[in-house]
Ligand binder design. Sequence first.
Ligand code: H2U
Ligand code: ZN
Length: 346
Amino acid sequence: MFSFLDQPHTRINLLTGEKILVSPHRSKRPWQGQVEDAATDERPQYDPKCYLCPGNARADGTMNPDYKDSFVFVNDFSALLEDSTLEKYNEEDLLQAETEKGICKVISFTPRHDLTLPEMDTESIKAVVDLWQREFEELAQKDWIKYIQIFENKGAIMGCSNPHPHGQIWAQSSLPVEIQKESIQLKKYYQEKGKSLLSAYLEVELKKGERIIVDNEHFVALVPFWAAWPYETLVISKRHITNILEFTEDEKMDLAKTLQELTIRYDNIFKTSFPYSAGMHQAPINNGDQPAWHWHMHFYPPLLRSATVKKFMVGYEMLANPQRDITPEYAAEVLRNQSTTHYKQK
Ligand code: H2U
Ligand code: ZN
C-alpha cells in the first residue's frame, strides 16, 4: 500500500515533468506555525523617500504623477532593452548565444505606501487585475514580443527592493525556460487527450478536496500535489482560457477575490507579511493559436516554520531535485485553517 505519510517518495510536477522528493517521516509530529514577535512593520501612508509614492522622484530623477489607483512605468534599470537588434552567435555548436530584446515595467499596486496586496480592498485589487490585462493587451501588439511575464516579488527576503506594494512585467522576444518546460508538458497532454492538462488536473483535485484552499465560481487556489516550497500554491482558472485577455469582468473580480483570500491566509499563518515570488504563466503570444495553454498563477513563498525560518533550496535541491518534509496535504490543511480576516484587522 502506497503511504504518502510514512514513506519517502517522489512526485511528478505535471507542469515541468520534473521530480520532487517528499520525506514525510521527518515531520511526523506536524508543527503548528510558531508565531514570533516579529517587529511589526508599521509604515506611513506616504513616504517622502519612496520611489513609488505619488509625486516622488525616482532614481533617474523622473517625477511620479499624483496617481490615484495603480501606476505603471518603464523600469529605470530595465534588464531588457527595446532597441536591441536580434542576432545569433554560434561557435561549433559549443558556444551559443542570442540577443534578447524586451521591455520591463514596474507597477505600483496602490498609492498607499503602508498597504500590501492582502490589506487592499477587493476593488483596488481588481484595478490591478484590470491594469495587468491592459498592459498585456498593449505589449502583445508588438509582434516581436513572444512572451509576457507578470510577477511580484514580495518581502525583503525575496529581494524586493521596496515595501511599497508593487509588481513587474517583463515582455521579451523569446520564451523563458519555465515557459518552455510547461509548453512541452501542456502540448504533450493536449495532443494525446485533446483537452487541457490543467482542466483534467483540476477535476481530480476538486474531487479529492484535500489540497484545495480557495474554490469560487471562476478560480481555484490549491497546494499542487508536486509543491516544492513549503506553502507553494497554484491558482487555476476553472474555464480553459489561454491568457489574461480572455478574462471577463466577472472573472477579473473573482481573481481579485482569490488573490485577496489566498494572501490573507498566507499572512495569518505566521502573523507576518508573508514573502513570496508570484506570477502568472500563460500562452506565448504572436505565434499562432496556443490551445494547450491554460492560464495559471504560481506562488512560491520561502517561509517554513516561522516569520524568519525559511526553507533553503541548497545542497541536494541544487544538485539533485527539490525535497520537502511537510507534505503538500499538511500545508493545504494549515492554509485552509487560517481565518480569511487579516490578523491586523482583528
Ligand atoms: P523589485 O520588484 O525587485 O522590488 O523591483 C523593483 C524594480 O524597480 C527594480 O527592478 C526598479 C528597479 O530596477 N526601480 C525603478 O525603475 N526606478 C527607481 O527609481 C528605483 C527602482
Ligand atoms: Zn506555470
